[in-house]
Design a protein around this ligand. Structure first.
Ligand code: DGL
Length: 259
Protein backbone atom coordinates (compact mmCIF):
# COMPACT_ATOMS: atom_id res chain seq x y z
CA UNK A 1 0.00 0.00 0.00
CA UNK A 2 1.24 3.52 -0.72
CA UNK A 3 -0.27 6.25 1.34
CA UNK A 4 -0.69 9.94 0.56
CA UNK A 5 -1.28 12.27 3.51
CA UNK A 6 -3.11 15.58 3.21
CA UNK A 7 -4.05 18.26 5.67
CA UNK A 8 -5.82 21.60 5.78
CA UNK A 9 -7.52 23.77 8.36
CA UNK A 10 -10.93 22.46 7.37
CA UNK A 11 -12.89 21.37 4.32
CA UNK A 12 -10.56 23.14 1.87
CA UNK A 13 -8.60 20.02 1.18
CA UNK A 14 -11.78 18.33 -0.04
CA UNK A 15 -11.13 20.24 -3.25
CA UNK A 16 -7.73 18.50 -3.47
CA UNK A 17 -9.20 15.10 -2.56
CA UNK A 18 -11.90 15.54 -5.21
CA UNK A 19 -9.21 16.01 -7.85
CA UNK A 20 -7.26 13.10 -6.42
CA UNK A 21 -10.12 10.61 -6.53
CA UNK A 22 -11.41 11.91 -9.86
CA UNK A 23 -8.06 11.14 -11.47
CA UNK A 24 -6.87 8.24 -9.30
CA UNK A 25 -9.96 6.66 -7.73
CA UNK A 26 -8.05 3.86 -6.04
CA UNK A 27 -5.28 5.95 -4.45
CA UNK A 28 -4.82 5.49 -0.71
CA UNK A 29 -5.01 8.61 1.35
CA UNK A 30 -5.32 9.84 4.89
CA UNK A 31 -6.95 13.24 5.26
CA UNK A 32 -6.94 15.54 8.26
CA UNK A 33 -9.07 18.68 8.53
CA UNK A 34 -8.15 20.72 11.60
CA UNK A 35 -11.69 21.99 12.01
CA UNK A 36 -11.27 22.60 15.75
CA UNK A 37 -8.75 25.35 15.02
CA UNK A 38 -9.82 26.71 11.62
CA UNK A 39 -9.41 29.27 10.13
CA UNK A 40 -5.65 29.43 9.68
CA UNK A 41 -5.77 32.34 7.26
CA UNK A 42 -5.87 35.09 9.86
CA UNK A 43 -3.33 33.56 12.28
CA UNK A 44 0.36 34.36 12.78
CA UNK A 45 3.21 32.47 11.12
CA UNK A 46 4.23 30.92 14.48
CA UNK A 47 0.73 29.59 15.11
CA UNK A 48 0.28 28.23 11.58
CA UNK A 49 3.70 26.53 11.83
CA UNK A 50 2.79 24.90 15.14
CA UNK A 51 -0.56 23.66 13.82
CA UNK A 52 0.98 22.42 10.57
CA UNK A 53 3.65 20.43 12.43
CA UNK A 54 0.95 18.73 14.53
CA UNK A 55 -1.25 18.05 11.49
CA UNK A 56 1.69 16.54 9.59
CA UNK A 57 2.57 14.32 12.54
CA UNK A 58 -0.92 12.85 12.49
CA UNK A 59 -0.84 11.89 8.81
CA UNK A 60 2.77 10.64 9.01
CA UNK A 61 1.83 8.45 12.01
CA UNK A 62 -1.00 7.04 9.87
CA UNK A 63 1.57 5.95 7.28
CA UNK A 64 1.77 8.87 4.83
CA UNK A 65 4.80 8.58 2.54
CA UNK A 66 4.15 11.97 0.94
CA UNK A 67 2.40 14.88 2.61
CA UNK A 68 0.43 17.23 0.38
CA UNK A 69 0.01 20.48 2.28
CA UNK A 70 -3.49 21.04 0.93
CA UNK A 71 -3.68 24.52 2.40
CA UNK A 72 -2.26 27.66 0.80
CA UNK A 73 -1.84 29.34 4.18
CA UNK A 74 0.32 26.52 5.59
CA UNK A 75 2.09 26.23 2.22
CA UNK A 76 2.93 29.94 2.44
CA UNK A 77 4.09 30.02 6.04
CA UNK A 78 5.14 26.58 7.25
CA UNK A 79 7.02 24.63 4.55
CA UNK A 80 10.50 25.30 5.99
CA UNK A 81 9.38 24.34 9.46
CA UNK A 82 7.72 21.13 8.21
CA UNK A 83 10.77 20.03 6.22
CA UNK A 84 13.10 20.80 9.14
CA UNK A 85 10.87 18.90 11.59
CA UNK A 86 10.34 15.79 9.40
CA UNK A 87 13.44 15.57 7.17
CA UNK A 88 12.61 12.02 6.01
CA UNK A 89 9.17 12.86 4.64
CA UNK A 90 8.62 14.63 1.31
CA UNK A 91 6.25 17.61 1.49
CA UNK A 92 4.49 19.20 -1.46
CA UNK A 93 2.80 22.58 -1.08
CA UNK A 94 0.16 24.11 -3.33
CA UNK A 95 1.80 27.45 -4.16
CA UNK A 96 4.44 26.49 -6.72
CA UNK A 97 2.25 24.15 -8.81
CA UNK A 98 -0.52 26.77 -8.99
CA UNK A 99 1.89 29.62 -9.79
CA UNK A 100 3.62 27.57 -12.50
CA UNK A 101 0.31 26.71 -14.15
CA UNK A 102 -0.81 30.37 -14.08
CA UNK A 103 2.48 31.54 -15.59
CA UNK A 104 2.07 29.23 -18.59
CA UNK A 105 -1.32 30.84 -19.30
CA UNK A 106 -0.56 34.54 -18.75
CA UNK A 107 1.23 37.17 -20.80
CA UNK A 108 0.72 40.35 -18.79
CA UNK A 109 -1.02 39.92 -15.45
CA UNK A 110 -2.08 37.34 -12.87
CA UNK A 111 -4.66 37.88 -10.14
CA UNK A 112 -4.35 36.00 -6.86
CA UNK A 113 -7.04 35.58 -4.24
CA UNK A 114 -6.29 33.97 -0.90
CA UNK A 115 -6.45 34.32 2.85
CA UNK A 116 -4.99 37.36 4.55
CA UNK A 117 -1.96 35.29 5.63
CA UNK A 118 -1.24 33.95 2.12
CA UNK A 119 -1.65 37.33 0.46
CA UNK A 120 0.33 39.06 3.24
CA UNK A 121 3.23 36.59 2.85
CA UNK A 122 3.74 37.83 -0.73
CA UNK A 123 4.72 34.30 -1.76
CA UNK A 124 2.67 34.14 -4.97
CA UNK A 125 4.15 37.43 -6.12
CA UNK A 126 7.65 36.12 -5.40
CA UNK A 127 7.20 32.72 -7.09
CA UNK A 128 5.42 34.14 -10.16
CA UNK A 129 8.07 36.84 -10.65
CA UNK A 130 10.83 34.23 -10.36
CA UNK A 131 9.19 32.33 -13.22
CA UNK A 132 8.39 35.40 -15.32
CA UNK A 133 9.58 38.80 -14.04
CA UNK A 134 7.45 40.62 -16.64
CA UNK A 135 4.14 39.53 -15.17
CA UNK A 136 2.18 41.91 -13.01
CA UNK A 137 0.69 40.23 -9.92
CA UNK A 138 -2.47 41.68 -8.38
CA UNK A 139 -3.56 40.18 -5.09
CA UNK A 140 -6.68 40.37 -2.98
CA UNK A 141 -7.35 38.83 0.43
CA UNK A 142 -10.87 37.40 0.72
CA UNK A 143 -11.15 36.41 4.41
CA UNK A 144 -14.92 35.84 4.40
CA UNK A 145 -14.85 33.18 1.67
CA UNK A 146 -13.58 30.48 4.06
CA UNK A 147 -16.38 30.72 6.67
CA UNK A 148 -18.97 30.94 3.87
CA UNK A 149 -17.66 27.69 2.40
CA UNK A 150 -17.44 25.97 5.80
CA UNK A 151 -21.09 26.92 6.31
CA UNK A 152 -21.94 25.30 2.98
CA UNK A 153 -23.20 28.65 1.60
CA UNK A 154 -21.89 27.85 -1.83
CA UNK A 155 -24.65 29.30 -3.98
CA UNK A 156 -26.06 31.97 -1.73
CA UNK A 157 -26.93 35.65 -2.21
CA UNK A 158 -24.53 36.69 0.55
CA UNK A 159 -21.69 34.75 -1.09
CA UNK A 160 -22.50 36.30 -4.47
CA UNK A 161 -22.30 39.75 -2.87
CA UNK A 162 -18.92 38.97 -1.36
CA UNK A 163 -17.60 37.61 -4.68
CA UNK A 164 -18.56 40.90 -6.27
CA UNK A 165 -17.09 42.99 -3.51
CA UNK A 166 -13.76 41.16 -3.31
CA UNK A 167 -13.21 40.54 -7.01
CA UNK A 168 -14.39 43.81 -8.54
CA UNK A 169 -10.92 45.44 -8.31
CA UNK A 170 -9.32 42.47 -10.12
CA UNK A 171 -12.03 42.45 -12.78
CA UNK A 172 -11.60 46.20 -13.32
CA UNK A 173 -7.86 45.72 -13.78
CA UNK A 174 -8.48 43.07 -16.46
CA UNK A 175 -6.34 40.27 -15.01
CA UNK A 176 -5.82 37.47 -17.53
CA UNK A 177 -5.71 34.60 -15.07
CA UNK A 178 -6.96 34.28 -11.51
CA UNK A 179 -5.33 31.87 -9.06
CA UNK A 180 -7.68 30.48 -6.43
CA UNK A 181 -4.95 30.68 -3.80
CA UNK A 182 -6.93 28.99 -1.05
CA UNK A 183 -8.10 25.41 -1.25
CA UNK A 184 -11.54 26.42 0.02
CA UNK A 185 -12.19 28.65 -2.98
CA UNK A 186 -12.81 26.02 -5.70
CA UNK A 187 -16.15 25.47 -3.94
CA UNK A 188 -16.97 28.97 -5.21
CA UNK A 189 -15.39 28.50 -8.65
CA UNK A 190 -18.67 28.62 -10.64
CA UNK A 191 -19.65 31.92 -8.93
CA UNK A 192 -16.16 33.35 -9.38
CA UNK A 193 -16.00 32.33 -13.06
CA UNK A 194 -19.40 33.81 -13.73
CA UNK A 195 -18.39 37.09 -12.12
CA UNK A 196 -14.96 37.36 -13.77
CA UNK A 197 -16.29 36.48 -17.23
CA UNK A 198 -15.14 34.02 -19.89
CA UNK A 199 -12.00 35.97 -20.75
CA UNK A 200 -10.38 35.17 -17.37
CA UNK A 201 -8.84 31.74 -16.87
CA UNK A 202 -9.39 30.57 -13.31
CA UNK A 203 -6.59 28.40 -11.88
CA UNK A 204 -7.49 25.92 -9.20
CA UNK A 205 -4.53 25.27 -6.87
CA UNK A 206 -6.08 21.92 -5.89
CA UNK A 207 -5.92 20.61 -9.46
CA UNK A 208 -2.37 21.87 -9.96
CA UNK A 209 -1.02 20.19 -6.83
CA UNK A 210 -2.49 16.77 -7.67
CA UNK A 211 -0.91 16.87 -11.15
CA UNK A 212 2.44 17.86 -9.64
CA UNK A 213 2.27 15.12 -6.99
CA UNK A 214 1.62 12.52 -9.69
CA UNK A 215 4.46 13.85 -11.82
CA UNK A 216 6.89 13.60 -8.87
CA UNK A 217 5.64 10.43 -7.14
CA UNK A 218 3.66 8.31 -9.63
CA UNK A 219 4.25 5.14 -7.60
CA UNK A 220 2.08 6.49 -4.77
CA UNK A 221 -1.03 6.65 -6.93
CA UNK A 222 -1.33 2.94 -7.66
CA UNK A 223 -4.70 1.27 -7.14
CA UNK A 224 -4.64 -1.19 -4.28
CA UNK A 225 -7.26 -3.88 -3.75
CA UNK A 226 -7.95 -2.89 -0.17
CA UNK A 227 -7.88 0.83 -0.90
CA UNK A 228 -7.76 2.90 2.29
CA UNK A 229 -9.30 6.35 2.10
CA UNK A 230 -9.92 7.98 5.45
CA UNK A 231 -11.09 11.38 6.52
CA UNK A 232 -10.53 12.74 10.02
CA UNK A 233 -11.45 16.00 11.65
CA UNK A 234 -10.23 17.53 14.90
CA UNK A 235 -13.85 18.56 15.40
CA UNK A 236 -16.14 16.15 13.59
CA UNK A 237 -19.83 16.73 12.88
CA UNK A 238 -22.63 15.45 10.67
CA UNK A 239 -22.55 18.83 8.90
CA UNK A 240 -18.95 18.16 7.81
CA UNK A 241 -19.80 14.60 6.75
CA UNK A 242 -22.60 15.77 4.53
CA UNK A 243 -20.45 18.55 3.03
CA UNK A 244 -17.69 16.01 2.33
CA UNK A 245 -20.02 13.33 0.92
CA UNK A 246 -21.85 15.83 -1.29
CA UNK A 247 -18.64 17.34 -2.63
CA UNK A 248 -16.85 14.02 -3.17
CA UNK A 249 -19.87 12.21 -4.57
CA UNK A 250 -19.63 9.26 -2.20
CA UNK A 251 -20.33 8.67 1.43
CA UNK A 252 -17.61 9.68 3.86
CA UNK A 253 -17.87 9.72 7.63
CA UNK A 254 -15.14 11.71 9.35
CA UNK A 255 -13.42 10.26 12.40
CA UNK A 256 -12.96 12.61 15.33
CA UNK A 257 -9.31 12.82 16.37
CA UNK A 258 -7.30 14.90 18.79
CA UNK A 259 -3.74 15.87 18.04
N1 DGL B 1 -7.86 26.25 2.91
C1 DGL B 1 -6.84 27.03 3.47
C2 DGL B 1 -5.96 27.72 2.50
O1 DGL B 1 -5.80 27.21 1.42
C3 DGL B 1 -7.03 27.65 4.82
C4 DGL B 1 -8.11 28.61 4.98
C5 DGL B 1 -8.22 29.07 6.41
O2 DGL B 1 -8.23 28.25 7.30
O3 DGL B 1 -8.28 30.28 6.62
O4 DGL B 1 -5.37 28.75 2.78
Amino acid sequence: MSMIGLFDSGVGELTVVRELIRKYPGADFVYLGDTARYPYGNKSKETVERYAVEDAKFVIDQGAELVIVACNTASSLAMDKLRATYPDTPFLGVIKPAAALAVTQSKTSVGVVGTRATVGSGIYDEVIKELNPKLKVLQKACPLFVPLVEEGMIDDQVTKMMVRRYLMPLRQKNVETLILGCTHYPFLQPLIERFMGKRVKVINSAEAVVDKAYELYPGLFKESKDSKQTISFTDASSHLDSLASKWLGKKFVGTAVSL
